[in-house]
Design a protein around this ligand. Structure first.
Ligand SMILES: [Zn+2]
Length: 125
């Protein structure tokens, strides 16, 4: 499977804002370690995470609410939905359980800028 982050190139473009350089910079892809190939585990995690995100959005559940419901940090939920962390935790909570607890009508509150910063910092570390 070709790495979905770098599309097989092994590098991704990151925006650098430092004292000596400011602008786009090519860095080694962190998902595939620069190989351009994603393994079977990446494929499985991406499949599970992507399915969960599709389901969550269909339920109108926001990322923050979902993280609270699962009892995990927001950044961890983002990582699992993007295939960067083991999504096993996502599989424990079934759609039926969610509907039983809140009727599946929870509004999407979205993320505050601070939460977004924290999530990105966690993903990029
Ligand atoms: Zn890659």
């Amino acid at each position: 499977m070709i790495c979905p982050d770098c599309e097989g190139k092994g590098t991704v473009i990151a925006l650098v804002d430092g004292a000596h350089y400011r602008g786009p910079m090519s860095i080694s892809c962190s998902r595939c370690n620069g190989t351009g190939e994603a393994g079977a585990q990446d494929e499985r995690w991406l499949g599970i995470g992507g399915t969960h995100r599709t389901w969550r959005v269909a339920q109108h559940e926001g990322l923050q609410e979902c993280a609270v419901r699962l009892g995990i940090p927001l950044a961890e939920l983002l990582a699992m939905e993007s295939g960067r962390a083991d999504p096993a935790r996502l599989l424990l909570d079934t759609p039926e359980e969610l509907r039983a607890t809140d009727g599946g009508t929870a509004p999407d509150r979205g993320l505050s800028p601070q939460q977004l910063d924290e999530a990105l910092a966690w993903l990029l570390k």
